[in-house]
Each structure stands twice: as structure tokens, then as C-alpha cells.
Design a protein around this ligand. Structure first.
Ligand SMILES: Nc1ncnc2c1ncn2[C@@H]1O[C@H](COP(=O)(O)OP(=O)(O)O)[C@@H](O)[C@H]1O
Ligand SMILES: CC(=O)N[C@@H](CCC(=O)OP(=O)(O)O)C(=O)O
Length: 298
């Protein structure tokens, strides 16, 4: 060959070189990836997601997948004729709902993600918070304020839990064996009952306990949006408190951002709310200088 070159090949080489400092920075580090139920609907995106996770593992990063499945739980409850209601993005969970949530999350969805990762050439192990004593849960306490009387009322969410203790041994064992842990947000309570945990909350607690370099929350929006629907690219915990108080964030975004704040205050370096509808969003965020989504740091 002479000095002539194919511009497309050069672009590919430049992309790989651009990734070099990030590969060096993150080798050996842990990335917790929360994959939401809404982002799971499209098989092509699911395939891209699995490839991204397998690529991370192949370049020496330890990915840990925590998944949701809210829409899928909702569909199953509908089929069974069970009503479902949310308070601040959390599903009020009675005993029957907890059983359905466990069946859908730890059963169908968990193994489906394991299968996708296998299809992309990786080895995954599917577990829930119950396995290996990974997560101990305590009951979530929520209060609401009556807009007229301003009186605070305690809302009973049933078997909705939050992690009170995380034992990361089982994750480290799986990761050290060259495999990718895939975790369903179900755990045993201090009282021995089964608790349904919001998947974002679960991912944040695990990211904090692992001292993860990043917590990625893949969802179905471009990131956190302000009231004019503009993307907020950088947030600190104090900003998030304001957004919650002035009603800019609502529904599922509330537990998502509470999780990010908790994670970065308890040992995770940064959290990113990322658009899971964009093919390979995570790779672009990690290995290029073009940041995407909303970055949350202390
Ligand atoms: N300020 C905001 N910016 C972006 N999304 C928001 C905001 N406030 C509320 N949301 C809602 O939060 C949703 C994401 O949370 P959720 O439905 O729980 O996603 P997932 O199932 O991926 O965890 C978005 O689809 C959007 O409707
Ligand atoms: C307590 C609670 O709300 N648990 C969630 C668990 C699944 C979840 O969080 O799924 P997404 O991430 O897809 O929303 C639920 O029952 O829907």
C-alpha cells in the first residue's frame, strides 16, 4: 500500500484512540448499570445494551447490572386483575403484589437479560438481593403533606423496601470469576419478609457499597429536564433538592434522583441519568469526550 487511506477506517481508528485515556482511567473499576423496564421493550436496543456490557467486561471494567421491570410487573398484575397504585414513583405492594413482583423480576426478566448477555458473548449470573445475603431490606416510610391543611400523613406502602445493608461479597465473587452479575431488586427484610425495592434505589445502594466509579441509570428520557424541557447536564445534590421542591421532577424521576444523591454521598464517584433509547448510549458516555445525559456529582 502507498500513503493513500480510507477515511472511514481512519475515523474508526481515531475513535479507538479517543477511547484510550478512558480505558486507562477505568480499567479495574466497577460500573453499576441500572437497566429500566421502559428501556427493555426494544429487542435491538436490548442487544446493543448487552454488547456494551460485554465490551466493558472485555476491556477490564467490572460491570454490575441491576434491572427494573415496572411495566412488565404492571402487565402481569393487569392479567391477574390486581390493581396497582404508585406513591412518589413507588408501587404500593401488598403480599400478592410482592409475589408477582418477585416472579416477574427474579424469574422472567432476570433470565432474559442473562440470555442477552450470553448472546453477546459474555457470561452472566442472574441473582436477586436475596442471594448470598447481598441486600437486607427495611420497610420504606413515606409521608405526604395535605396541600390544604399542611398536615403530614404517614403512607403505608406495604412491602416496599430499601436496602439497609449490602454485602458485596457475592458480586465480587461473580466479577472475579470473569462473569457479570445481573441483579433483580428483591430482597429479604430484617423481619424475614420479601420486599419489593425500586430498581434505581437498589442500584444506588449497590453502587455506593462497591464504591463504583459510575452509576448509570438508563431510562426513556434524554436526562433530567427543566420546566422548559431543556436537558440539565450537571447537577449537585443541592440542585436536586430544589428541583424536587419546585415540582420540576415527578414520578419515577424522584426515586431516581434520590438514589443518585445517596450514591454519590455514600461512595460512588458520579451518577449519570442516560437515555437508554439511544443505541450504545453507555459506550458513547464512557469512551468519548461527548458527555450525554445528566451527570450528578457531590
Ligand atoms: N424533570 C424530569 N425530567 C425527566 N423526566 C422526568 C422528569 N420528571 C418526571 N420525569 C419522568 O420520569 C420518567 C423516568 O422514570 P421511570 O418511568 O421510573 O423510568 P424507568 O422505568 O426507566 O426507571 C420519565 O419518563 C418522565 O416521565
Ligand atoms: C417499589 C417499586 O416501585 N418497585 C418497582 C420494582 C421494579 C422497578 O423499579 O422497575 P423500573 O426501573 O422499570 O421502574 C416496581 O414494583 O415497579
Amino acid at each position: 500500500m502507498t500513503g493513500s487511506h480510507d477515511p472511514a477506517m481512519l475515523t474508526k481508528a481515531e475513535t479507538l484512540v479517543e477511547a484510550l485515556p478512558y480505558l486507562q482511567r477505568y480499567a479495574g473499576r466497577t460500573f453499576v448499570v441500572k437497566y429500566g423496564g421502559h428501556a427493555m421493550g426494544d429487542p435491538d436496543l436490548a442487544h446493543d445494551f448487552a454488547e456494551d456490557v460485554v465490551l466493558l467486561k472485555a476491556v477490564g471494567i467490572n460491570p454490575v447490572v441491576v434491572h427494573g421491570g415496572g411495566p412488565q410487573i404492571g402487565n402481569m398484575l393487569k392479567k391477574l386483575g390486581v390493581e396497582s397504585r404508585f406513591v412518589d414513583g413507588l408501587r404500593v405492594t401488598d403480599k400478592a403484589t410482592a409475589e408477582v413482583a418477585e416472579m416477574v423480576l427474579s424469574g422472567a426478566i432476570n433470565k432474559e437479560i442473562v440470555r442477552w448477555i450470553a448472546g453477546a458473548g459474555g457470561k452472566a449470573i442472574g441473582i436477586s438481593g436475596k442471594d448470598g445475603g447481598l441486600v437486607t431490606a427495611r420497610k420504606v416510610q413515606r409521608t405526604t403533606r395535605d396541600p390544604d391543611s399542611q398536615i403530614e400523613q404517614v403512607v403505608d406502602l406495604g412491602f416496599v423496601g430499601e436496602p439497609s445493608h449490602v454485602d458485596t461479597n457475592v458480586i465480587k465473587t461473580i466479577s472475579d470469576a470473569g462473569m457479570i452479575p445481573v441483579i433483580a431488586p428483591i430482597a429479604v427484610g430484617e423481619d424475614g419478609d420479601t420486599y419489593n425495592i425500586n430498581a434505581d434505589t437498589m442500584a444506588g445502594a449497590i453502587a455506593a457499597a462497591l464504591g463504583a466509579a459510575r452509576l448509570f441509570l438508563l431510562t426513556d428520557v434524554t436526562g433530567v429536564l427543566d420546566k422548559q424541557k431543556n436537558l440539565l447536564t450537571d447537577l449537585r445534590p443541592a440542585d436536586i433538592e430544589v428541583l424536587q421542591q419546585d415540582g420540576t421532577i415527578s414520578g419515577g424521576m424522584i426515586p431516581k434522583l434520590e438514589t443518585c444523591v445517596h450514591a454519590v454521598e455514600a461512595g460512588c464517584e458520579a451518577a449519570v441519568v442516560l437515555d437508554g433509547r439511544v443505541p450504545h448510549a453507555m459506550l458513547l458516555e464512557i469512551f468519548t469526550s461527548r458527555g450525554a445525559g445528566t451527570l450528578i456529582r457531590k
